[in-house]
Design a protein around this ligand. Structure first.
Ligand SMILES: [Zn+2]
Length: 421
C-alpha cells in the first residue's frame, strides 16, 4: 500500500499494515508491481542533431523539448537529465513542467558542455560556408553563453570566473564540462588543474559536476578533478578502463553513466560497421562487463533523443544509428539499456537501482526522488508483471504516476512536432 497525498508519498507498507484514511481514493493494483519512476542520466531533449532541424525549428525549440519530455514520460521515464542543449528553452520548459502547467518528464539540465561551441561548429557539425555567420552565431549562441570553446585558450582563473558567471546566470541544475573533444574525441581539452577549478566552481555552488570523457586519460583526469558522476565513463577508445582507474571507481563507488547496446545490436554492428566504430562499441561492452563484475554503480544512460527517420537517415549521421535496437531513441532505449545490462549479467535488482535510486543519489536528488519512501515525490509505475522476473516486464506498464497524479499516456505527446512524421 502506497499512500499518496498531493504530490508526495505519505507512507508505504505491505498489505493490511497500513491504515487507509476513509476519504482516500483507492487504486487497486493487487497482483501488480509498483516501482519508482524510471530516470535517464543522459538525454538530449532538443534533438539538435541535424542543421536542417535547427534551422527549421528555430524559435520553436521549446515545443520540441516539451514533446520530447512527453515522449519520455509516456514510456515511464519520469525524470531526465539533459546533458547538452539550448539553455533558455530548456529552462523555460523545465520550469513550466515543475509548475504543473504542462505535463512531461521532470527535467534537470546542464545547458552547454563547458568548453564546446554550439551545434553549428567544429565541435559538432561542420557546416562549411553555406550558412551566414549571423545565422550560425545566433543558433550557437543559444548554447554557448561565454563558456564555449574559447575557454580552452584561457587561464585557470579566467575559466573559473567564466564558469562561476555561467552557473550564477543560467539556472542550470548540474555542470558538465568537456574533458575531451566531441568530434575530435582523441584530444584532451582542459589541463588537470583547470578541470579541478571547474569542478570546484560547481561544488561551491552546490551543483554536481561531470565531464564528457572519451579516453582512459580523460577519465582518470575527471576523477582526480573530483567529478561526482562519470558521464559515458565506459567510452574509452580502443582500450578498456585501466585497472588502476577501475579500482578507484569501485573503491569510491563512483557512479558511471554507461552507454549499453543489446546483443542484437552488437551482432549487427560486428557485421555492418567499420572496424574502429565497431571496436569502440566492443570497448563499451567490455567496460560494462568489468564494471558489473566488480559491482560498480552503473546508471541508466541513453543519450536519447527523438530519433525520427529524418534524423537517422541524415547523411551526417553515421551508419551506426541505423542498426536494430539502436541505443539512443528517447522513449524506447531505456528499455533496451536494461535489457543490455541484463544480458551482460547485471542482477535484476541492480538493474532497477541503476534506473532509480543509484541515479538519484549520483545526481544528489535522492531527498526527493529515486525510491518509494515517505516524503518523496510520488513518481511510480504500476507494472503488470514482476520486473525482477524478466527485464522485459518494464514494458508492461499499466500506469505512470508523476507527482502524485496519473499520467494520461494516450494523450502524449500533446502536440506533435518532430514525431508528426
Ligand atoms: Zn558527452
Amino acid at each position: 500500500v502506497v499512500l499518496v497525498a498531493a504530490e508526495r508519498i505519505v507512507s508505504v507498507a505491505s498489505g493490511a499494515d497500513l491504515p487507509v484514511p476513509e476519504q482516500a481514493e483507492i487504486i487497486d493494483a493487487s497482483g501488480r508491481y509498483i516501482v519508482p519512476g524510471l530516470m535517464d542520466a543522459n538525454v538530449h531533449l532538443c534533438a539538435a542533431f541535424t542543421p536542417e532541424l535547427l534551422l527549421e525549428f528555430e524559435g520553436r525549440y521549446e515545443e520540441v523539448i516539451e514533446e520530447a519530455a512527453q515522449v519520455a514520460l509516456r514510456a515511464g521515464v519520469t525524470t531526465v537529465f539533459d546533458t547538452w542543449g539550448p539553455l533558455r528553452p530548456l529552462v523555460a520548459v523545465r520550469d513550466r513542467i515543475n509548475r504543473g502547467e504542462v505535463t512531461g518528464s521532470r527535467i534537470f539540465l546542464a545547458g552547454n558542455i563547458v568548453g564546446f561551441d554550439g551545434p553549428l561548429s567544429a565541435d559538432h557539425f561542420k557546416v562549411g560556408d553555406v550558412l551566414g555567420r549571423d545565422v550560425v552565431d545566433r543558433i550557437n549562441g543559444q548554447w554557448e553563453f561565454r563558456v564555449g570553446r574559447e575557454l580552452l585558450l584561457l587561464s585557470r582563473d579566467e575559466v573559473g570566473r567564466r564558469v562561476r558567471g555561467y552557473i550564477e546566470s543560467s539556472g542550470i541544475d548540474f555542470l558538465k564540462y568537456a574533458a575531451t573533444g566531441h568530434i575530435n574525441s582523441e584530444f584532451i581539452t582542459f589541463s588537470d588543474r583547470v578541470q579541478r577549478a571547474i569542478v570546484e566552481e560547481a561544488h561551491a555552488a552546490g551543483l554536481t559536476a561531470q565531464a564528457h570523457t572519451t579516453t582512459p586519460e580523460s577519465l582518470r583526469m575527471e576523477i582526480e578533478a573530483g567529478a561526482d558522476l562519470l558521464q559515458h565513463g565506459n567510452v574509452t577508445g580502443p582500450e578498456v578502463i585501466p585497472d588502476e582507474t577501475l579500482d578507484v571507481i569501485v573503491d569510491r563507488r563512483l557512479p558511471v553513466a554507461a552507454f549499453a547496446n543489446t546483443q542484437t545490436y552488437m551482432k549487427w554492428a560486428r557485421a555492418h560497421l567499420d572496424s574502429p566504430v565497431s571496436a569502440g562499441f566492443q570497448t563499451w561492452e567490455k567496460n560494462n562487463r568489468l564494471l558489473i563484475e566488480r559491482g560498480a554503480r552503473l546508471l541508466l544512460t541513453t543519450d536519447g533523443y527523438i530519433s525520427t527517420p529524418r534524423v537517422l537517415e541524415h547523411p551526417q549521421m553515421g551508419e551506426w544509428v541505423r542498426g536494430p535496437e539502436f541505443s539512443m531513441q528517447l522513449g524506447e532505449s531505456h528499455f533496451l539499456w536494461m535489457q543490455a545490462v541484463s544480458e551482460l549479467g547485471m542482477a535484476p535488482m541492480q538493474v532497477l537501482l541503476s534506473a532509480t535510486r543509484h541515479l538519484a543519489e549520483a545526481y544528489d536528488v535522492h531527498a526527493e526522488l529515486g525510491t518509494l519512501e515517505p516524503g518523496k515525490r510520488a513518481d511510480l509505475l504500476i507494472l503488470e508483471a514482476d520486473p525482477l522476473e524478466a527485464v522485459g516486464n518494464y514494458r508492461r506498464c499499466a500506469a505512470v504516476m508523476k507527482d502524485g497524479e496519473f499520467v494520461d499516456r494516450e494523450g502524449l505527446p500533446v502536440r506533435r512536432v518532430l514525431t508528426a512524421e
